[in-house]
Design a binder for this molecule. Structure first.
Ligand code: FMN
Length: 150
């Protein structure tokens, strides 16, 4: 069975709500899930039965939010080979910033650079457009799950 590892990057909790909202969809699709908040590279398996799914906001000026900073640092320093590992990204942000969704885009580029297989372009959710960002995630996730479960 495929396990989807929900890796949360949040400072104020919104990305965690999004990750929580995805869980019933994952369960219904027949996949297992594990929530990592905060994520630690040492506890994340890397093989073809796993999918890493990052849900992260952006803080500072295009920076990672608190709960994912250590994980991003571990990836950057340890540079594990993610060859064959599938991953997806939901990037939460506010389009009034020049650095809209930059943390999500940064981790997408990093996972790809380490050999990860991108399952879809990152879903960018703008809180200006979606005051309840889970709504955008819940509309998107069924087609993504269908694609990765094929
Ligand atoms: C101090 C601060 C800085 C922010 N910087 C950015 C940014 O650079 N780019 C962006 O897209 N959104 C930025 N945001 C918007 C957050 O990503 C947005 O509020 C998000 O919903 C927070 O999610 P969280 O509760 O999971 O941390 C910023 C928000 C705050 C409070």
């Amino acid at each position: 069975m495929t396990t989807i590892h929900l890796i949360v990057g949040t400072t104020m909790g919104a990305s965690e709500y999004i990750a929580d909202a995805l869980i019933p969809y994952i369960e219904e699709s027949g996949c297992a899930y594990q929530l990592h908040n905060p994520a630690d590279l040492a506890t994340l398996p890397i093989n073809e039965k796993q999918i890493w799914f990052v849900v992260t906001s952006t803080h500072g000026a295009g920076d990672y939010p608190e709960s994912i900073q250590d994980f991003a640092h571990q990836l950057t320093v340890q540079r594990p080979s993610l060859k064959g590992l599938r991953y997806g990204v939901i990037a939460l942000g506010d389009s009034s910033y020049d650095t809209f969704c930059e943390a999500g885009l940064k981790i997408d580029a990093l996972l790809q650079d380490l050999g990860g297989v991108q399952t879809a372009e990152p879903l960018k959710i703008d809180i200006q457009e979606y005051p309840i960002p889970e709504d955008a995630a819940e509309s998107w996730i069924p087609s993504w799950l269908e694609k990765v479960n094929k």
